[in-house]
Design a binder for this molecule. Structure first.
Ligand code: SAM
Length: 205
């Protein structure tokens, strides 16, 4: 996966994406936003916002920053944002956002897409204030599961569609942030997709 390739892939996906994945992921997407327990006036980062399928689930009292690498995906998202939503073309691996300025962050179906999922996680974590919450909805291999040659080969084919199915949670969350995980639950497809909530420690996070 690389950014240029993702730009090409998601330009093709943009007109089809909502019809293709909207219904399938609706319930876990709602759970992801619920887990953040957003409070009126809080600031939420949507990293890799895509076509903005999360946006209608976010209360209008929340200030949302929705970023994505793909102009065509973000163009679709613009149709769904409310008055407190700002949109920015940005690489999730190098966010042009200051430290500690978000109360919450949602990384839905993005850490398996960017070339370096751990860097994208670190960037979202950096923008979170101490005590902030970060939710991840994505697919991960079981930590104890070895990758069979067949699964590895299938993963390369699926990666051509713009997502890597062969990442572990421990590939994207740095070791030093593992203790911040407050829940890690199966979402859909027999737990291949998971909902993970982290809370940034109040100090030294
Ligand atoms: C599978 S879609 C998920 C979109 C959305 N988060 C959702 O839940 O439907 C992956 C998104 O990641 C975006 N993307 C890929 N590489 C990126 C990068 N380096 N920085 C930001 N967004 C990226 C794509 O353009 C696409 O919109």
């Amino acid at each position: 996966m690389n950014n240029q390739r993702n730009l090409q892939i998601y330009r093709l996906w943009s007109p089809l994406y909502d019809a293709a994945v909207g219904r399938v992921f609706d319930r876990p997407r709602r759970r992801a936003i619920d887990l953040l327990q957003l409070q009126p006036g809080e600031r939420l980062l949507l990293s890799g916002a895509g076509t903005g399928l999360d946006l209608p689930l976010i209360p209008p009292e929340i200030w949302v920053t929705a970023v994505d690498l793909s102009p065509s995906m973000l163009q679709k998202a613009r149709e769904k944002g409310h008055g407190r939503t700002t949109f920015a073309l940005m690489d999730a691996q190098a966010l042009a956002l200051p430290d500690h300025t978000c109360d919450a962050a949602a990384l839905n179906l993005i850490l398996s897409v960017v070339p370096d999922g751990q860097t994208a996680f670190r960037e979202a974590w950096r923008t979170l204030r101490p005590g902030g919450r970060l939710v991840i909805f994505d697919k991960f291999l079981p930590e104890d599961g070895r990758l069979s040659p067949l699964r590895g080969a299938a993963g390369k084919i699926i990666a051509a569609l713009g997502t890597d199915p062969n990442r572990h949670l421990s590939d994207v969350i740095p070791q030093e942030q593992m203790a911040a995980i407050s829940s890690n639950d199966p979402a859909i497809f027999r737990g291949q997709y998971r909902l993970v909530l982290l809370r940034k420690p109040q100090a030294n996070g």
